[in-house]
Design a protein around this ligand. Structure first.
Ligand SMILES: Cc1cc2nc3c(=O)[nH]c(=O)nc-3n(C[C@H](O)[C@H](O)[C@H](O)COP(=O)(O)OP(=O)(O)OC[C@H]3O[C@@H](n4cnc5c(N)ncnc54)[C@H](O)[C@@H]3O)c2cc1C
Ligand code: FES
Ligand code: FES
Length: 1289
């Protein structure tokens, strides 16, 4: 039963089932995907299609059936094969995206039980995953394909004896067994469509009856009317002229939430088909289907317009949005970033798509931040009609989207070209005319002005070439298009990733019951795939629960004059308003003596700083009221945001770090060459799929408080809440079941949010829930630090680097927070290279931005990247292949010292490197690339390989400890609790494997429920790739202690079962207690808490630049190849090979999952993820529509990951190694491969190989670095002569 307030509410809030997840609320992530089924009267069939529940208004579902992930299978009854296979193929890590993935695949199978790989690619195009790197999801789903379509379905399932490798490093290694099988297809459920839910017969009957009247839904704030037909719609429109028409709701939906429109007319879709005429309310999916049908059935030359439309539709949004969005909506939204208008206009369409003649050529172009599922930066539709049999232009239509506030018709240009011959003169004139006609001010909204201008001419050049080519094919006398130009005409094809994996099998001597070392499935994968896995926001509302919404600063640096919440407090449902004065304890969060205010008291120092919080009865009420709180500011100076400005202001945090070995200055005097340069690296948003939040529940007795919180450091959250409330930690219990991703972002800010929410709970005496909206999460919590690396390097002509002096600047934002990541950047600056004289200085810039924090790699990816840039540039200057210069400079001796004097052996790094180049076929491919580049003018390829040495553990030694509590119950079941946090990395699975090995009971008898500060106190954060090392050791130790206590009973009763032993030991304890025997004498065998601090001591002496900063190093090497489109800046990742040393893997499937997931996150960091800030310091990229994380299309189609065999590590649990963070950096190979490809393009134009390229290497940066006649037409305006739309912070 809907309340009146729910009329406009999306399906997501109504289903009251928790399997459907809320990741963004704007159709941009796919976490909320559900299947809608409707009877289609026109074709007398039931349609099944996916939609984004977050955008689907509940009223629009009249007569439809909705199936959520809960509806298709469950662990309690039976899993659906889709759920089973994504889980078994290791396609679910944190699991937050999993239900959405499952529903996209399920719907595909409902419509097509034997899909092709292309079908799967299309079905998943609108689903984002931040953890897995997509490959394992595809691996699970491709098992539904016909075998003939599914390449590499069961990759060499047998074990292989490792081939003998001639490499000298391997000479003493024993042969071992290698497997390539990460999961079995034995015993999986077959797909049986007859088991699927049927479309409800009553809906079928209803659907078959023609609607005879309009439907009306009346709420207190709005009214929705669904007209019966077009005439009815027009009547209603006359009655309610102000009411907008809502169809798919994909544009208006978001605004509806924001603007609170009063009247909405909803028109049920009426599909009008007559030939290829499409009704305005037809969805983009049906338009696509119609176009595909037309292209299939009609003569090729009559379908050019349709092909152009198809080209656009393939990349337009994701499948779910295409299923909801309509043609009319796309056109009438008049958004210049929307793609259809330019193509339809070029085609002379009103709402009809038609083709006039055979001498007509049509094309559509678009370039976006990401190739798929992203709004275009610029799009274009172009059509030319020739006088029959000639190259004389009879008419020309060119429309651009993205170069003005609306669609731009370049009429003057087109007019002037009519009557001209299609040739080089026309091209030159067209470009000149376009340059004149496309007016884009240097301050234009959206920025990227030179790039957008360049795209207009580049697109035309592509069109020119396409048409030229086709005219020649028709024997028209036009100039010859050079062969090497042809590849420019082919757009990149999106493919699904596939790959080879290999790992060392456990030895034959290992018990078959022992799961350690096997690729075991993530322990919660089935629950995640069925939607049963609970995240904090899935916990049902507690009686009397309230909702808190943050009020944040809109000024970057200002004095708070007044906060007036009166209007908000007068609103329905609002309970209270909180600010600094309401905090009972201390209004601050501390980290290593660095305070950060919870609520800004007197001054704000960034946009997004929390000033207050509104507490209301519902989410919606709190959100609305928060916008009504009036804050009066007085702006203060200075205010600046960029690293450059901070350097000018000498605005740095302390401590300023320095590391030095050798005598750098002296070495500069003796080297052949000196190079000075810099590289800028942009920041990165965590974009975990589950946003931050918690529920605080006051217990009413002794001031006790329980928090169900998404924190990867629950002990810290507990401490901050205690200090804020002024109560002891023993009254506060934090529960963490699982996190929907964290990546370092759920350590610090979540503690502040928890303290604020707890304050609200204490003030109101009621439970309070806090869930950050995606935009607020991005604004408030911030992410990875932007870096600037300035370097001076001295080298000899053979490529040997003798000295390097690097200054790292990071943008720390307004407080220090976790900016000590700078230390890790410095500690990683040598990577795998022995540079005898090396100096690094680290300066954290204090700016007026939200403070940056920890992110997977913790400064490592930035520190390493600067060093790799040094290596790359030295190679360029020496005219040597970068891979050669890397090899020349690598650490080689068996015993080496890092620049901070930590002893290590680089042997396994060198093995990774050799094996990686070998497996990648680097040398052969390098030659092939050179050949490709010679024969292709506008497409270029590049390849790059890097080695990696990555420190594992906290350099602050006290964090390197773990704790576990293991309970054995009388029924033989075991409960493990530990201080780590399960956030997708599989820490629980590994803990279970370890416990199972020691206790010798199956993993199914061992359970891990949650992380709880009440069970395991003072735990370290799950971070620094150290979680499993710490927790694993603790679990092992606890289990061993228990086994020692059980041993006497086992020996006395060797024939008993495990359960019998647990019973008698429990009874023994009972007897012991009765006899008054102390526990230490007899033992208390069923529970033990253990603290472990193992391994070498870690500590850094920064004064003397020395110290063992890490437990050990994880090594790896990676090789990637890319292809770029020099005209658009688009790039395609072609292939990646990784060889990684994870010691003896505890679980190869989880480790490979971490490598792939980390690598793909790195792809985002180094190539597409771009945060944009306004001149006023406001983050403008606040959701998946503006900020693009890698999607399926970004994963290299060949993605091979091999775990180094025969690897060892004496310092961690069962000789394994930490792997969470290191792989991110390996994606820098994509960056350097792009740089190589750009260099190839520049060489052809006689430009230097040495050129600046900042990270991420976005389409804009790639295009502008491929300087040519088109970029020259769009020169950069002089700095200071205009107000840029955004700044590089
Ligand atoms: C995540 C996401 C990604 C997207 N990516 C792309 C992309 O890459 N390229 C692209 O081009 N678009 C993209 N879109 C936009 C999408 O194509 C449009 O939102 C969609 O086409 C609008 O159709 P709708 O039916 O949902 O319109 P609605 O949201 O229902 O309405 C939009 C506007 O059009 C008006 N309107 C709608 N239909 C009619 C009609 N029949 N008669 C009169 N007025 C009407 C409405 O009154 C309203 O003002 C994306 C959208 C989302 C949410
Ligand atoms: S929550 Fe609906 S698409 Fe992200
Ligand atoms: S498993 Fe996909 S987002 Fe975490």
């Amino acid at each position: 039963m809907l309340s009146q307030n729910h009329l406009h509410v999306s399906l997501l809030y109504i289903v009251l089932l928790t399997g459907t997840k809320y990741g963004c609320g704007g159709g941009g992530c796919g976490a909320c995907t559900v299947m809608v089924s409707k009877y289609d009267q026109l074709n007398n069939r039931v349609l099944h299609y996916t939609v984004n529940a977050c955008l689907q208004p509940i009223c629009t579902l009249h007569g439809a059936a909705v199936v959520t992930v809960e509806g298709i299978g469950s662990t309690k009854t039976k899993l659906h094969p889709v759920q089973e296979r994504i889980a078994k193929a290791h396609g679910s890590q944190c699991g937050f995206c999993t239900p959405g993935m499952v529903m996209s695949m399920y719907t595909l199978l409902r419509n097509k039980p034997h899909p092709t790989m292309e079908d799967i690619r299309e079905a998943l195009g609108g689903n984002l995953c931040r953890c897995t790197g997509y490959r394992p999801i595809i691996d699970g789903f491709k098992t539904f394909c016909d075998v003939s379509n599914a390449f590499n379905l069961f990759p060499q399932a047998s074990c292989l004896i490792q081939r003998k490798n001639d490499c000298v490093l391997n000479k003493y290694l024993i042969p071992c067994q290698i497997s390539e099988e990460l999961f079995h297809m034995d015993n999986v459920l077959p797909l049986d469509p007859s088991q699927d839910l049927i479309f409800p017969p009553e809906l079928m009957i209803m659907g078959k009856k023609r609607a005879c009247g309009s439907l009306c839904f009346q709420g207190d704030r709005l009214k929705l009317i669904s007209p019966v037909d077009l005439t009815n719609l027009l009547e209603l429109k006359t009655e309610y002229p102000e009411a907008p028409v809502v169809v798919g709701n994909t544009t208006i939906g978001i605004n509806l939430l924001l603007c609170h429109l009063l009247f909405v007319i909803y028109l049920l879709c009426v599909h009008v088909h007559a030939g290829v005429s499409m009704g305005a309310v037809c969805t983009l999916s049906s338009l696509k289907e119609e176009m595909e049908r037309a292209v299939r059935e009609m003569e090729a030359e009559r379908t050019r317009g349709y092909q152009a439309l198809l080209q656009t539709l393939q990349c337009l949004a994701g499948k779910q949005i295409r299923n909801m969005a309509t043609i009319g909506g796309n056109i009438l939204s008049a958004n210049p970033k929307y793609d259809l208008n330019s193509v339809l206009a070029a085609l002379d369409c009103t709402l009809q798509v038609m083709s006039k003649g055979t001498w007509e050529f049509v094309s559509a172009f678009r370039q976006a931040q990401r190739r798929e599922f992203a709004f275009s930066i610029v799009n274009a539709g172009m059509k030319v009609l020739f006088r029959e049999g000639t190259n004389i232009v009879e008419s020309l239509n060119i429309y651009y989207g993205g170069v003005g506030p609306t669609l731009v018709k370049v009429g003057r240009t087109c007019q002037k070209l009519v009557g001209r011959s299609w040739g080089e003169d026309l091209l030159a004139d067209a470009c000149r005319l376009l340059e004149e006609e496309v007016e884009l001010s240097d301050s234009a909204h959206g920025g990227k002005v030179e790039y957008r201008k360049t795209l207009t001419t580049s697109f035309f050049f592509k069109f020119y070439m396409q048409v030229l080519q086709e005219l020649r094919e028709r024997d028209v006398n036009v100039c010859l298009l050079p062969l090497e130009y042809l590849s420019a005409l082919k757009p990149f094809k999106n493919e699904v990733p596939q790959g080879h994996h290999s790992f060392q099998l456990v030895s034959n001597a290992q018990s078959s019951q022992d799961p350690v070392g096997h690729p075991m499935m993530h322990q919660a994968a089935f629950h995640q795939a069925t939607g049963e896995a609970q995240y904090y926001d899935d916990i049902p509302a507690v009686q009397g629960e309230l909702f808190v919404f943050m009020v944040t600063s809109t000024r970057a640096h200002a004095k708070i004059i007044n906060i007036d919440p009166s209007e908000a407090l007068g609103m329905t449902g609002v309970v209270t308003f909180l600010s600094a004065g309401d905090v009972p304890g201390q209004n601050r969060r501390m980290l290593f003596n660095n305070p950060e205010e919870l609520f800004a008291e007197e001054e704000v120092s960034c946009v997004g700083q929390i000033i207050g919080a509104v507490v209301a009865e519902s989410r919606e009420q709190a959100r609305r009221a928060a916008q009504m709180v009036k804050v009066t500011y007085q702006d203060l100076l200075p205010v600046f945001f960029t690293i450059e400005e901070a350097i000018q202001h000498q605005s740095f945090f302390d401590p300023k770090r320095k590391l030095e070995r050798g005598d750098v200055d002296k070495a500069f005097e003796t080297v052949d060459q000196i190079l000075e340069d810099e590289i800028y690296l942009g920041g990165q948003e965590h974009f975990y799929m589950e946003t931050q939040g918690l529920i605080a529940v006051p217990k009413g007795e002794n001031g006790e408080l329980e928090l169900f919180v998404a924190s990867q450091h629950s002990a810290y959250t507990q401490e901050v809440v205690g200090i804020t409330l002024g109560i002891d930690s023993n009254k506060i219990t934090c529960h963490v079941r699982r996190l929907g991703g964290a990546f370092g972002g759920k350590v610090m800010k979540i503690a502040s949010l928890s303290a604020i929410t707890a304050t609200a709970a204490v003030k109101t005496g009621r439970p309070v829930r806090c869930v950050l909206e995606r935009g607020d999460d991005m604004l408030i919590t911030s992410g990875r630090h932007p870096f600037l690396g300035k370097y001076k390097v001295g080298y000899n002509n053979d490529g040997t680097i003798m000295a390097a002096d690097i200054t790292y600047y990071s943008n720390g934002g307004c407080t220090l927070n976790e900016s000590l990541i700078m230390e890790k950047a410095l500690l990683h600056m040598d990577n795998g290279y022995k540079i005898p004289n090396l100096r690094g200085r680290g300066l954290v810039c204090k700016t007026y931005l939200p403070s940056y924090t920890a992110f997977r790699g913790f400064g490592g990816p930035q520190g390493l990247m600067v060093m790799e840039s040094v290596l790359h540039e030295v190679a360029v200057k020496c005219g040597l292949p970068p891979q050669k210069v890397r090899e020349i400079n690598m650490y080689r001796e068996e015993e080496c010292y890092t620049h901070h004097k930590q002893l290590f052996s680089p042997r396994d790094m060198l093995r990774c490197w050799d094996e990686c180049l070998d497996k990648a076929g680097y040398h052969d491919r390098l030659q092939a690339i050179q050949q490709f580049n010679t024969s292709n003018r506008w497409k270029k390829r590049g390849i790059s390989a890097v080695p990696m040495k990555f420190g594992v553990g906290f350099s602050k030694g006290f964090f390197n400890q773990g704790a576990a509590l293991v309970n054995i119950y009388k029924d033989g079941s075991v409960l493990v609790a530990h201080g780590g946090t399960e956030m997708g990395q599989g820490i629980n699975t590994k803990a279970l494997q370890i416990a199972s090995r020691i206790l010798k009971v199956p993993m199914s008898s061992i359970h891990i429920k949650e992380t709880c500060t009440g069970n395991v106190p003072n735990a370290a954060p799950s971070a620094a790739s150290f979680g499993t090392d710490a927790v694993g050791m603790a679990v092992k130790d606890a289990c061993e202690k228990l086994m020692r206590r059980l041993k006497p009973f086992m020996e006395n009763h060797p024939k008993y079962t495990w359960q019998q032993w647990t019973v008698i030991t429990a009874m023994a304890r009972f007897t012991a207690l009765i006899l008054g025997t102390s526990r230490s004498q007899v033992g208390y065998p069923n529970a033990v808490t253990v603290w472990v601090s193992r391994g070498p001591h870690t500590d850094m002496d920064w004064e003397n630049s020395e110290g063992p900063a890490y437990y050990y190093f994880t090594f790896g090497a990676c090789c990637s190849e890319v292809e770029i489109d020099c005209l658009t800046g688009d790039h395609k990742n072609l292939r990646t090979d990784i060889v990684m040393d994870v010691g003896r893997s505890l679980n190869p499937a989880l480790d490979i999952g971490q490598i792939e997931g980390g690598f793909v996150q790195g792809i985002g960091l180094y190539t597409i993820e771009e945060l944009q800030f306004s001149l006023e310091g406001v983050l403008m990229t606040r959701g998946p529509s503006q900020y693009k994380i890698p999607a399926l299309c970004d994963v290299p189609p060949q993605f091979n990951v091999h775990l180094l065999a025969n690897a060892q590590n004496p310092h961690a649990i069962y000789r394994s190694k930490g792997i969470g963070e290191p792989p991110v950096f390996l994606a820098s190979t994509i960056f350097f491969a792009i740089k190589e490809a750009v260099a190839a393009a520049r060489r052809e134009r006689g430009l230097g190989d040495s050129f600046p390229l900042s990270s991420p290497a976005t389409a804009e940066r790639i295009r502008m670095a491929c300087e040519d006649q088109f970029t020259e037409m769009a020169p950069s305006p002089k700095k200071g002569t205009f107000k840029p739309w955004s700044i590089n912070i």
